[in-house]
Design a protein around this ligand. Structure first.
Ligand code: NAD
Ligand code: UDP
Ligand code: UDP
Length: 312
């Protein structure tokens, strides 16, 4: 099968490409390298079944493919808030172009949506039916509302043009290959602990997140793509931790002498987040297998070796 992965040079995209290439697919990676890096896919560059195209998805492109995994969009608040208008263009114009492409070539289309469509949730844990509590005018809105429009576009192309869609709501995911300067909490804490600088806890650290290991997430993504259900379907690990618990866990695992420092809580930072994965279990036969300590161990090892090689 010929498979297009937008955002394929990023964290999740590059792990997905590894799986797709090992399965024997013909893979096209489309990326503008805003937050992605060639290093993540360099091991496939000489493979004749792999093709890399530097392209910004806010511009149209014509390709012939059977499936589209649409992941292109910065995912960390630091990056998506750097140029919020561009984030909206990527989610709206970029998703429109990729759906236009899917319509033209009759490709199946999977949207990497997000738990952020639930905003600062007042229903806990979050099932897919929950419609969310999102601020339309805050600093996270470019991403949250951008993804909500992307979901709407996918369902309208489905109803209006029969595009075969899959919508996946991804919850916080971590693992090897996260960028050292990505700004997300797991990478920040690990790099800080390894470098012996204080771990930056925002607010009092009582806000919660549920962290999924990347290999589990990619398995869920591929099951959704190749299954029969359009979604939206939550994919994430229901194990819920406060940010303070996460800091203390990483501190204990990397460097018990490292210190914690408290910084102001960013505006609109959701207080709690946990996926209800009943649908993923029942419809896809999927559930995460790797618990937080096991996943953190593999992630810490990856960061440690990158720091030793001078790459982080
Ligand atoms: P990432 O930032 O590592 O990767 C995103 C990739 O998209 C990068 O390679 C970047 O260069 C590329 N990109 C951005 N804008 C582009 C554009 N206009 N044209 C072409 N390429 C562009 O992020 P990630 O963690 O791999 O996330 C991938 C997808 O999954 C995103 O759509 C994100 O919203 C979604 N998601 C991720 C998480 C998570 O925890 N990692 C959670 C929820 C949703
Ligand atoms: N598009 C694209 N590649 C294609 C087909 C379409 O980039 O192979 C873009 C197209 O330029 C348009 C968007 O996708 O901006 C939506 O396409 P659609 O055909 O749905 O709408 P229209 O072109 O009629 O506005
Ligand atoms: N966070 C933190 N220290 C950091 C980075 C993030 O305490 O160095 C907090 C952040 O305020 C949020 C949680 O960790 O409550 C998760 O942040 P992240 O940016 O990883 O993801 P998101 O907020 O999009 O879920």
């Amino acid at each position: 099968m010929r498979v297009l992965v937008t955002g394929g040079a990023g964290f999740l995209g590059s792990h997905l490409i590894d799986r797709l290439m090992k399965q024997g697919n013909d893979v096209i990676c489309l990326d503008n390298f805003f937050t992605g890096h060639k290093r993540n896919i360099s091991h496939w560059m000489d493979n004749p079944y792999f093709e890399l195209i530097r392209h910004d998805i806010t511009e149209p492109i014509r390709l012939e493919v059977d499936q589209i995994y649409h992941l292109a969009c910065p995912a960390s608040p630091v990056h998506y808030q750097y140029n919020p208008v561009k984030t909206i263009k990527t989610n709206v114009l970029g998703t429109l172009n990729m759906l236009g492409l899917a319509k033209r070539v009759k490709a199946r289309f999977l949207l990497a949506s997000t738990s952020e469509v639930y905003g600062d949730p007042d229903v806990h844990p979050q099932p897919e039916e929950y419609r969310g509590n999102v601020n339309t005018i805050g600093i996270r809105s470019c991403y949250d509302e951008g993804k909500r429009v992307a979901e709407t576009l996918a369902f309208d192309y489905h109803r209006q043009n029969n595009v075969d869609i899959r919508v996946m709501r991804i919850f916080n995911t971590y693992g090897p290959r996260m960028f050292e300067n990505d700004g997300r909490v797991v990478s920040n804490f690990i790099v800080q602990a390894l470098k012996g600088i204080p771990l930056t806890v925002y607010g009092d650290g009582s806000q919660t997140r549920s962290f999924c290991y990347v290999a589990d997430l990619i398995e869920g993504m591929m099951r959704l793509m190749n299954g029969e259900h359009t979604g939206p379907i939550n994919i994430g690990n229901p194990g819920e931790y406060t940010i303070l618990q996460l800091a203390e866990t990483i501190q204990k695992m990397v460097n018990p002498d490292s210190e914690l420092t408290f910084k102001p809580l960013p505006q609109d930072d959701p207080l709690q987040r946990q996926p209800d994965i009943t649908k993923a279990k029942n419809l896809l036969g999927w559930e995460p297998k790797i618990d937080l300590e096991e996943g953190l161990k593999m992630t810490i090892e990856d960061f440690r070796s990158r720091i030793e090689r001078g790459e982080a």
